[in-house]
Design a protein around this ligand. Sequence first.
Ligand code: NDP
Ligand code: KPL
Length: 296
Amino acid sequence: MKIGIVGAGAIGMLFGAYLSQAKHEVTFLVRDINLNNRLYIEKDLNSTEQIHCNLANNMELLHSMDLIIIAVKYHHLNKLKADLDRLPVQIPLLFIQNGLLHLKFINQLNQHHIAVGSVLHGATKVNSNTVRHLGVGITTIGVYKGRYKMTNEFIQSSSSDFPLEITNDIEKVVLRKVVLNCLINPLTTIAQVPNGELVNNESFHTIMRNIYEEIIEAFGEDFVELSWDAVVLLCEKTKNNRSSMLTDYENDRVMEIDTIVGALIGEAKLRNKRLPILHTFYLLLTEMNRVGEDHH
Ligand SMILES: NC(=O)C1=CN([C@@H]2O[C@H](COP(=O)(O)OP(=O)(O)OC[C@H]3O[C@@H](n4cnc5c(N)ncnc54)[C@H](OP(=O)(O)O)[C@@H]3O)[C@@H](O)[C@H]2O)C=CC1
Ligand SMILES: CC(C)(CO)C(=O)C(=O)O
């Protein structure tokens, strides 16, 4: 397949690397065309593999793609809107953001077929050419709009390091992931620790458990469908990763606070519930959210 990826960040490059290894032709839409089109993925300290890909700096060059994956942060989406509106409406799109607010953005698009993915990998971009894969996790994909089914050709790209699965209820999976991100991202950012510390350090473990309990109390166990064991497992599997929110904070970039933390607090409010600990974190993070170069 010819696959376009908008955004050569941590997750965009990770997807590009594995899809290219699965023999797809990958083209990244990037803002800086002077980037080198040799990209590297570090799977562990001893193995670095080169990704074969093309680079484009104009969405029109993606008009012949079989699928376009949107791998930018939530707050980058508005700037892409005009370009997305000009895309042929039959090209399927796959959005892989954390959080909830991108679903509202997707509802405004004219595209006939839109899928949404929830990503449990941990990945960090080390420099403009290199992504480090710091935790293997599953990517769950479901149709959000239209009838597009991910083709076998795409699903067959699944491998042990890049597992893919399909769901019939992507909204539930996205909600479960936003809860995971509310447990991991704010605390790792405020404490400035990698994900594994949330289970290794007793104080962080207790704080995370308290937030977990207030979320379960507000939404009910059945609605969230997330066991404590699954939370611990994600922290362990991505133990060396610095969460995407912490990475943004450390690089003076805008953090995805509203689409992750604000959105879950909003969902609780709709049920007349409060999330006091998470709300405190929300306020702290908002104060920390220094305006970075890409405050869109
Ligand atoms: N990192 C992780 O471990 C995980 C992240 N996620 C989610 O995946 C999504 C992507 O995160 P992540 O990869 O970490 O983010 P990054 O910040 O690493 O990457 C975002 C990329 O998008 C690029 N970009 C922004 N706007 C445009 C544009 N108009 N045209 C082309 N490129 C653009 C940026 O380019 P530039 O370099 O020019 O600024 C940047 O390289 C987020 O929603 C995140 O929450 C989900 C699971 C795990
Ligand atoms: C899966 C996890 C928690 C990996 O760090 C993530 O989604 C993120 O960092 O945003």
